[in-house]
Design a protein around this ligand. Structure first.
Ligand code: UDX
Length: 431
């Protein structure tokens, strides 16, 4: 059992803290937001993560998990041997990662650290950030280790407790071994490398996954043009073990709080190092184009943008299984439809009628049931792959729409049964 402090209680920090407590460590999590800490202390969590609420409740009950306000407070209360930095690293206007929160947290915990403590960067930070943290800590008797997270939103607990691998970046072998020992309970290989390499691994993984998605979106567009079926193309590709089936589902494009930020940050990191990352720029360009292509196809199916159609939108979150609207492709497509004069009525199982403040520029009607969103619509588009959409009553949907037309941007629905019900059905690269 080790004594751990976790700074930041977002989906990375809260998941990391709760899982380390689950593994038997004594964990104190800190945030600057008093209200959030009080909510967590009461056993409720502000994010939509499968299994996390139960883990937090467990940790509170066994007193292995505590929540306090302030990073230094957590380090002191935990008598921390390890401190995880899980604060946000937002994207700066020029695409670079903004490290001010990492630096602030490091400066705050520096004086509170015991000799020999290990500070661990868990948030995705640019290559070379370990040095930035060392400077901000202003301590020569503690170690800084990179231990990037590979947590998917919605499956963060699963990914934390069942990692494919643990990546540890440190020039201090003893510190690296101590961090690896934290994860002893997990059945996963741990690799130790230098900090810059560990930080690069994280960016390279996200960039490659985004590349796979952009690639299959481009192939879906090609299938649409040549009359091929992308689902069978993916089947034919995926059996090749070198390709696999993961991250080959066509959609409205990739989004969320990581891919857009990390892909642009990596282009910028490369530029600053004198390398022009053309391939990744292309991956980003294909993704941005996908939003426009999709908005154009939806408007066309609705009878043309000039008709100012009513468009029903099912799904606003960046993917199913989360309530996160940050950089959601669905929002990007909706913005383009609004700019073209459409009226939008939307439904998403996790979004209530009033959108978060950050989205109040969107003049859309958010309905509390999927059929209400379809009333009078010239077209229905599925932008997020919520499984519940597959089981709705499409006779009822056809009955309330102005015209039964669907653009299924996640290839979620069944074209044959919908066409049998009189729908005009279009998917992405599907016959
Ligand atoms: C990602 C990485 O998967 C994770 O390892 C990293 O730690 C954080 O970033 P996340 O941002 O939660 O996780 O989303 P992910 O599940 O990777 O999906 C990213 C985007 O790609 C979503 O918009 C999703 O809808 C899209 N996607 C994913 C597709 O369009 N098709 C696919 O086949 C897979």
């Amino acid at each position: 059992m080790s004594r751990v402090a976790v700074i930041g209680t977002g989906y990375v920090g809260l998941t990391t803290g709760a899982c380390l407590a689950h593994l038997g460590h004594a964990v104190v999590c800190a945030d600057i937001d008093q209200a959030k800490i009080e909510l967590l202390q009461s056993g409720r969590i502000p994010i939509y993560e499968q299994g996390l609420e139960a883990l937090v409740a467990d940790g509170l009950a066994t007193r292995r998990l505590q929540f306090v306000v302030g990073a230094a407070q957590a380090v002191e209360d935990a008598r921390a041997e390890f401190v995880f930095l899980c604060v946000q690293t937002p994207q700066g206007p020029d695409g670079s990662a903004d490290l001010r929160y990492v630096e602030q947290a490091s400066a705050e915990i520096g004086p509170a650290l015991a000799t020999g403590a290990v500070v661990i960067t868990k948030s995705t930070v640019p290559v070379g950030s370990a040095r930035v943290v060392e400077r901000a800590l202003a301590r020569t008797d503690v170690a800084v280790v990179s231990n990037p997270e590979f947590l998917r939103e919605g499956q963060a607990v699963h990914d934390c407790l069942h990692p494919d691998r643990i990546v540890i970046g440190s020039d201090d072998q003893a510190a690296a071994a101590k961090v690896a020992a934290l994860y002893q309970g997990l059945n996963a290989p741990a690799m130790v490398t230098d900090p810059a390499t560990a930080e690069t691994i994280k960016y390279a993984c996200n960039a490659f996954l985004a590349t796979k998605v952009s690639f299959i979106n481009a192939i879906a567009n090609l299938c649409q043009a040549v009359g091929a079926d992308v689902r069978d193309v993916v089947l034919g590709m995926g059996y090749d073990k070198r390709i696999g089936f993961e991250f080959l589902k066509p959609g409205p494009g990739w989004g969320g709080s990581c891919f857009p930020k990390d892909s642009r940050a990596l282009v910028r990191i490369a530029e600053d190092a004198g390398y022009d990352f053309e391939l990744l720029k292309g991956v980003i360009a294909v993704n941005d184009l996908q939003f426009r292509l999709l908005a154009d196809r939806i408007a066309e199916l609705a009878g043309g943008a000039h008709t100012n159609p009513v468009v029903a939108v099912w799904g606003l979150t960046f993917k199913a299984g989360t309530d996160d609207l940050r950089d959601s492709p669905a929002i990007s497509v909706v913005e383009r439809l609004l700019a073209g004069g459409a009226t939008i009525k939307a439904y998403d199982p996790t979004v209530n009628r009033t959108l978060p403040a950050h989205f109040d520029h969107l003049d859309i009607e958010v309905c509390d049931d999927p059929y209400a969103a379809c009333a009078g619509a010239a077209v229905l588009t599925v932008l997020t792959e919520w499984d519940e959409f597959r089981w709705l009553d499409f006779e009822k949907v056809a009955g309330v729409m102005a015209a039964p037309a669907i653009l299924d941007a996640r290839n979620l629905l069944d074209p044959i049964s919908l066409r049998r019900r009189g729908f005009v059905y279009e998917g992405l690269g599907r016959k």
